[in-house]
Design a protein around this ligand. Sequence first.
Ligand code: URA
Length: 236
Amino acid sequence: MSPADPAGSLADALHGLAGHLRWQQALGFRELALSGDYLAGSPAVLRRLEAQIAGCTRCKLAGGRSTIVFGSGAPDARLVLIGEGPGEEEDRQGKPFVGRAGQKLTEMLASVGIARDEVYICNIVKCRPPGNRNPEPDEIAACAPFLAGQLRAIRPAVIGALGTFAAQTLLRTKEPISRLRGRLHPYAGAPGVVVIPTFHPAFILRNPGIEYRKQAFEDLKLIRREYDRVRGASGG
Ligand code: URA
């Protein structure tokens, strides 16, 4: 069955649902709960997750941050962009990618005709690592349920991984970005979702030579192609 086969998709979903209901019945359930996360829309689930992370002290980044930078953008975006962690300006404003790297990201998206407000943007960790160092494993682990919750709520089809750190974390690999970029990777967290790594906008700012810019543009065109493909398939 291809994703462009809506009747097949629906039949599969109904088949799965029927199986689940029979299983619940076998367990003795006689009523359906008509409330709960599975019926809430993505904006409500995201709001609840954001409320849960408020005042978070689950890792040592809590001590140095001013603001938790949860994420922003369209709650039903088909494309989610994920960076490493908030920088100084993001920590001040409480929004992801609003500093210089953020301006560069906006430009990179615009170069392939994607507006910032049609996508969702967040980071691997939600609090600024001191001096913009890489997040550490315990910090990533502490934040992972929030990123997973965001992705479960939004259910994107395409994830753009911005930079080495985000790409390696999402793909659970140590391969360099130069080898990861430029192609689609299946996302282990959700079937059918693809991860497309590209250079971090801050890296492009630090390395303005034509070669990296050209490669980043190729990656963005690939993101655009996949984004168009999934929207075509879902009519979105
Ligand atoms: N760099 C990131 O990785 N994320 C931000 O939000 C800002 C800069």
